[in-house]
Write a protein that binds this ligand. Structure first.
Ligand code: FMN
Length: 388
């Protein structure tokens, strides 16, 4: 069933971004109700939120229908999540101290679950000891504080206090609703394509976009795992809130994995690692008159084969094949001492590299699980079910 989000909008200049948040939440099929403070209504007309959110926008505590229901109690009971964005210094101070002098604060007092505050204000207002104390105390009361970003502010200064971007706020909402069945697990995920330099301006790489690895990382993070990504070249944004260590070549990736893999319960190698590197690589740009007409290649070390898997660790590899799919994947599974190998057919244009979709088979020592074509995010969930 679709979740109910009660959005509290306060009087901050970043309110315009919250219109976009509402639009994104609508597209994700959340049910939305909105309360605006009087100050918020000075910045943007309720009509804007009504139109984008396709919902009523409440503002008044006392109005002509108020005898029919006790609206602030009704709204508090209706909400699966109470999101306050932008969260002004004033609203956090009032809610922290239990003040209930308008519809938003009265509803907050009647709401029994954690409230999610998306902090947004001038840097000095944020650093003021009163605001800092309110934030700390709200956290102690189990409320969720979505810290601001650092950057350019409306008052023409640079610093902390900038409201998180709409997509980041939506990620926080999605994370909130996701069940945390991977809590306590440490997962290391590689993504993207490695890059093998020919000279300072040219390189050999492959078509991997990083979407599959990033989808697994995003879902693992949402499900509560402690996630680190090691990624090569990618063409999509790094998932929200996850440490992403950038590397170039297969050797860089190998060194990075070796330095930390022992700390993880699970390694998922979704990166497309180059089998070969350039032997006659040049430190200066190769000129036409240098007369180099062929590249000498040498094999890269096999990362998975070189790792010493600990007893309780789970290693999952990927095989991108174009022919003899199952046979090649099974060979890889045994040769690299993997627990599972995820096989995808990269000869098909509508799935695999660069696509939002994939169709994979998950192969283990004693079974082959063929999954239907699905989004990479849904496939990520199926892969993560293996490490629960
Ligand atoms: C142009 C302008 C921009 C403002 N921006 C912010 C802001 O980003 N964050 C904030 O906490 N207060 C900001 N304020 C001050 C709040 O609007 C003020 O504290 C108000 O009382 C908040 O009321 P509310 O919390 O009930 O919405 C701004 C005020 C003005 C006039």
């Amino acid at each position: 069933m679709n979740k109910n989000i009660l959005l509290g909008v306060t009087g901050g200049i970043a309110i315009y971004k919250v219109v976009d948040v509402v639009s994104r939440l609508k597209k994700l099929d959340y049910n939305i109700k909105i309360i605006m403070t009087d100050s918020a209504c000075e910045f943007v007309s309720p009509m804007t939120f009504e139109t984008i959110g396709k919902c009523d926008v409440k503002n008044k505590m006392f109005h002509k229908n108020s005898h029919k229901i006790v609206e602030h109690i009704d709204l508090a009971n209706w909400a699966d999540l109470f999101l306050v964005a932008p969260a002004s210094a004033n609203i956090m101070a009032k809610i922290n101290h239990g003040i209930a002098d308008d519809l938003l604060t009265s509803t907050a007092l009647a709401y029994t679950k954690p409230i999610m505050f998306c902090v947004s204000m001038n840097t000095n207002m944020l650093n003021n000891p009163s605001t800092q104390k309110n934030i700390e105390e709200l956290k102690e009361k189990n409320h969720l504080i979505i810290d601001s970003n650092s950057g350019m502010l409306a008052c023409d200064t640079k610093g902390d206090g900038r409201l998180k971007e709409p997509w980041e706020i939506v990620e926080e909402v999605e994370n909130y609703f996701c069940k945390k069945d991977l809590k306590g697990k440490k997962v290391l995920i590689t993504a993207g394509a490695t890059v093998e330099r020919i000279d300072p301006v040219r390189y050999i790489t492959n078509d991997s976009s990083g979407k599959m690895g990033y989808s697994i990382a995003k879902k693992a993070f949402m499900r509560g795992a402690d996630v680190t990504i090691i990624s090569g070249k990618t063409s999509v944004d790094s998932p929200y809130g996850i440490e992403n260590i950038k590397v170039q070549s297969a050797i860089d990736m190998k060194e990075q994995i070796e330095s930390c893999v022992d700390d993880y319960d699970c390694l998922i190698m979704a990166a497309a690692v180059s089998d070969f590197k350039v032997k006659n690589r040049k430190d200066l740009k190769i000129k036409k008159q240098d007369g180099i007409h062929s590249l000498e290649l040498e094999e890269n070390p096999d990362i998975l084969k070189s790792l010493n898997k600990k007893e309780n660790q789970i290693f999952i590899g990927f095989a991108a094949e174009t022919n003899n799919l199952i046979k090649n994947a099974e060979k890889k599974l045994n040769k690299k001492n993997l627990d599972y190998i995820v096989l995808n057919d990269v000869s098909k244009k509508d799935i695999g590299f660069n696509s939002e979709y994939n169709k994979v088979s998950i192969i283990s020592k004693n079974q082959i699980l063929e999954l239907d074509k699905d989004t990479k995010l849904n496939i990520a969930d199926k892969i993560l079910d293996l490490i629960k």
